[in-house]
Design a protein around this ligand. Structure first.
Ligand code: ATP
Length: 258
């Protein structure tokens, strides 16, 4: 019999976490964040964000609910239709889904840009290197030669030919202020956030209330499925998606459990 209680403290490599553990995804997520902190990729505040996310995921049943799957398909359609799609990477995203973000970028023709709340040159470089190790050919965010209006100097830094010029941006686990500022710039914003009451999903054109560990591979799967779809079909998927309803359905699931 597995001694489940000792698993999280003792694990050095994620392969040691038993896949049949009742809280497997939660342990995997926590382990990746801890490793991210050790590697200098994730800020300590990322641990708190992870804790909040974990509580919401528990209440969601740790599964992709139907409205999140619809949001993930709409996100894929937006990314495929975009002229300049960009996937924003912060410390938690880099720790949790580096290879999965690289795959999503390849499936949709999007750029990857490192964009940090607590920005230091060391952390930016560590994250860019981590993404390269996971197969990224080009990583933006190192130039930081443009600013998002209405944000303080450090938090507003972006690449001119990256997030600044993007028409569609995927901003997972994003801070509310920056999500609002990007929205004010008129960008089509896709947010992944397990808390449907948080400001970021509320300003998003496509709020995805799902764990990023499940959400990103599922957007990629939808993008591959839609690779040959014509513009009308992609626009149809986007038009059918109702952001208010998606947020409501997630909240109902969290409050009522069904
Ligand atoms: P606001 O958007 O209002 O500023 P906040 O301060 O709670 O809200 P942050 O700490 O900036 O938000 O961002 C963390 C958010 O990411 C939280 O809402 C949390 O639920 C969510 N989150 C954490 N881990 C995950 C995960 N693995 N997948 C998806 N969302 C997650």
């Amino acid at each position: 019999m597995t001694d489940y209680d000792t698993v999280s403290a003792d694990v050095e490599h994620e392969e040691e976490i038993p896949e049949d553990h009742p809280r497997y995804q939660d342990l995997l997520t926590r382990h990746r964040i801890e490793t991210g902190v050790e590697k200098g990729i994730t800020h300590l505040q990322g641990m708190h964000a992870e804790g909040r996310g974990s509580a919401f995921d528990y209440l969601l049943g740790e599964e992709t609910i139907p409205s999140a799957d619809a949001a993930e398909r709409a996100a894929a359609a937006h990314l495929l239709l975009a002229d300049r799609p960009v996937l924003s990477i912060n410390g938690n995203v880099a720790a949790l889904v580096p290879g999965e973000m690289v795959e999503l970028a390849a499936a949709t023709g999007a750029d990857l840009e490192v964009n940090l709340f607590n920005r230091t040159p060391e952390r930016i470089e560590a994250i860019a290197e981590h993404l390269r190790e996971h197969g990224a050919a080009t990583v933006k965010g190192l130039e930081a030669d443009a600013r998002i209006p209405n944000l303080d100097h450090q938090r507003g830094k972006v690449d001119e030919d990256g997030i600044y010029a993007a028409d569609v941006v995927l901003v997972p686990l994003e801070d509310g202020d920056r999500a609002e500022a990007l929205d004010e710039m008129g960008k089509t914003e896709i947010v992944i956030d397990l808390n449907p009451l948080s400001r970021s999903p509320r300003v998003a054109d496509v709020p995805i209330v799902d764990n990023i560990i499940r959400a990103v591979p599922n957007i990629t799967e939808h993008a591959r499925d839609l690779a040959d779809a014509d513009e009308d079909e992609l626009r149809g998927i986007i038009d059918d998606f109702d952001q208010e309803r998606a947020l409501e359905e997630a909240e109902v699931r969290i409050r009522n459990g069904f």
